[in-house]
Ligand binder design. Structure first.
Ligand SMILES: [Zn+2]
Length: 142
């Protein structure tokens, strides 16, 4: 999957149709923590490809504070994403978001819900799931 696909949401829930399952009465919503804001990325002095920053150096910045290595993130980028970086069409913030998404993918692969998955939802393929929003979905990231 290319980063462009990821950003367009092709890995996220598809076909939102609300809430026959996740109601306060059925999920005890009052006891759930609120959804955390998705990693508000404040990368000061954001360099990008236009400044001539090599991709791995940019990934070093993008991965700061995340349990993922720049090399791992680089290996996960599709060739078209790397080409976008070379052309200056991929920002450091986008790389940071991609790195964060890879961390969440790893957590889900280990059966752990990312911290912001604080809502109960229903996936038509998986059944009840933890997600960042309530609702009923045709598919999900799990
Ligand atoms: Zn699912």
């Amino acid at each position: 999957m290319s980063l462009a696909d990821l950003i367009r949401g092709k890995s996220g829930p598809v076909g939102v149709a609300t809430a026959t399952v996740a109601t306060p009465a059925t999920v005890g919503e009052g006891n759930l923590p609120s959804v955390a804001t998705v990693a508000s990325v404040a990368v000061a002095d954001s360099p990008n490809a236009k400044s001539g920053t090599p991709l791995l150096d940019a990934l070093e910045v993008a991965c700061r504070g995340l349990p993922v290595t720049p090399g791992f993130v680089q290996s996960a980028l599709a060739p078209e994403d790397k080409a976008d970086w070379e052309r200056g069409d991929l920002s450091l913030d986008t790389l940071r978001t991609f790195a964060q998404t890879l961390v969440w993918d790893q957590e889900r692969a280990q059966g752990k819900a990312p911290a912001h998955y604080a809502k109960r939802a229903l996936c038509r393929q998986c059944g009840p799931i933890w997600l960042w929003t309530e609702g009923t979905f045709v598919s999900c990231p799990w």
